[in-house]
Design a protein around this ligand. Structure first.
Ligand SMILES: *Cc1c(COP(=O)(O)O)cnc(C)c1O
Length: 400
């Protein structure tokens, strides 16, 4: 079947909850993908950081195949030989005391919400069912009903209520607003260290450190959602590392699966995650041996290939080159590591047409909201490919 027929099938038989670029990926390797007609594209999205290791990294694929020859699923009714080592290695990598494995990012966020509520009732002494969680405007934490409850994006909420009580929303990057919103019933503050979906929004310098100080002073837990920013995307292992901040909990996903398999987790302190008792929370697939084998390989590759340092160096290079592109369309180029947003002026007519033009030239990225192009290639990319990509970008902004 050709691309046109394949897209028609998806359109006819699939719910229209996405509006993809008109390209059908047939296979991929490293930083490249090929469509059904054999045209090659440079991946500049990395599945929103889930492909930070590149496509089909040989060591991760080998781990998956090796595990498929052993055992793939056990349920948590029994132990398996991969989960314990994976949780230990994940805690070592993240510098935390305990981990709880799930599958998707949204599930990790839901898990963190349950954990901090439990902590509020058992440890902080908040009256039962009065716990509050504070989140930020412009946030993205997933798509479940509870999580879209505190989204500030109308499109994500419209027609999906009634919602879950117990959430407050404050402006992002504003520590004074956080302190003002805290009450004796506040369990936690949930925050993205850089807001990815909102358009790669960096908070003011010192924000995360100030958040850590305020939350600690008021006995409020800090949850950093590092699902998109974690695992070397921003040039450090985690985006919180740039300010030397240790949250009580981190939600992790995307890159943890090495581009192969959905793996997520909540990591953090024993004081919080140690509160779960058998039966209170779980997941059929969470912690399965295939997921754990893949995640272990993904963590090893991050270290062996120093992907954090690569992201820092190459990210600085990319930002530099992009900022040197002079264009009437570009309002701002911002980012950290290989996590970059190019914001266009309103008059540019939307980021979508720029992404489509880049696609024609063999470079795949995606707009986020109307006016931002998110550039987030696999961390295994080379300077030479980045140079090529910036050339394509420069020609597209000059032509449109
Ligand atoms: C992608 C993302 C999620 C949700 O992850 P899913 O695997 O799509 O459920 C949550 N938080 C952040 C910051 C994300 O980028």
């Amino acid at each position: 079947m050709d691309s046109r027929e394949l897209m028609e099938l998806a359109n006819t038989w699939g719910a229209h909850n996405y509006k993809p670029l008109p390209v059908v990926i047939d296979h991929a390797d490293g930083v490249f993908m090929w469509d059904a007609e054999g045209k090659r594209y440079l991946d500049f999205l990395s599945c929103y950081s889930a492909l930070s290791h590149g496509h089909r990294h040989p060591k991760i694929i080998a781990a998956a195949i090796g595990q498929m020859g052993m055992v793939t699923l056990t349920s948590r009714a029994f132990h398996n030989a991969e989960m314990g080592p994976m949780l230990k290695e994940l805690c070592e990598y993240t510098g935390t005391e305990m981990a709880l494995p799930m599958n998707t990012g949204a599930e990790a966020v839901e898990t963190a919400i349950k954990a901090v509520r439990k902590w509020a009732y058992l440890k902080k002494g908040v009256p039962k069912y009065e716990a509050e969680i504070i989140a930020c405007s412009g946030n993205f934490h997933g798509r479940t009903v509870t999580v879209v409850t505190f989204s500030t994006e109308d499109l994500y909420r419209e027609d999906f209520g009634p919602f879950t009580p117990g959430f407050k929303v404050i402006p992002y990057g504003d520590v004074a607003a956080l302190e003002a919103a805290i009450t004796p019933r506040t369990a936690a503050f949930l925050v993205e260290p850089i807001q990815g979906e909102a358009g790669v929004i960096l908070p003011p310098d010192g924000y995360l450190r100030a958040v850590r100080e305020v939350t600690r002073r008021h006995d409020v837990l800090m949850i950093a959602d590092e699902i998109q920013t974690g695992f070397a995307r921003t040039g450090r292992r985690f985006a919180c590392d740039h300010e030397g901040v240790k949250p009580d909990l981190m939600t992790l996903g995307k890159g943890l699966g090495g581009g192969v398999y959905p793996v997520s987790a909540v990591v953090g302190t024993r004081e919080v995650l140690g509160l779960f008792r058998p039966g209170e929370h779980g997941s059929t697939f969470g912690g399965n041996p295939l997921a754990c084998a893949v995640a272990r390989a993904a963590l090893r590759v991050l270290e062996e290939e120093r992907l954090d340092e690569r992201s820092a160096t190459l990210g600085a290079f990319l930002l530099d080159r992009l900022r040197a592109v002079r264009s009437k369309h570009v309002k701002e180029v911002r980012g950290r590591g290989l996590f970059v947003g190019v914001e266009l002026h309103r008059e540019a007519g939307g980021a979508r047409r720029f992404c489509e033009a880049l696609m024609q030239r063999g470079m795949l990225c995606k707009e986020t909201h109307d006016d931002v192009i998110r550039l987030a290639p696999p961390l295994t990319i080379t300077e030479q490919h980045l140079t090529w990509a910036v050339e394509q970008f420069a020609e597209v902004v000059a032509a449109l």
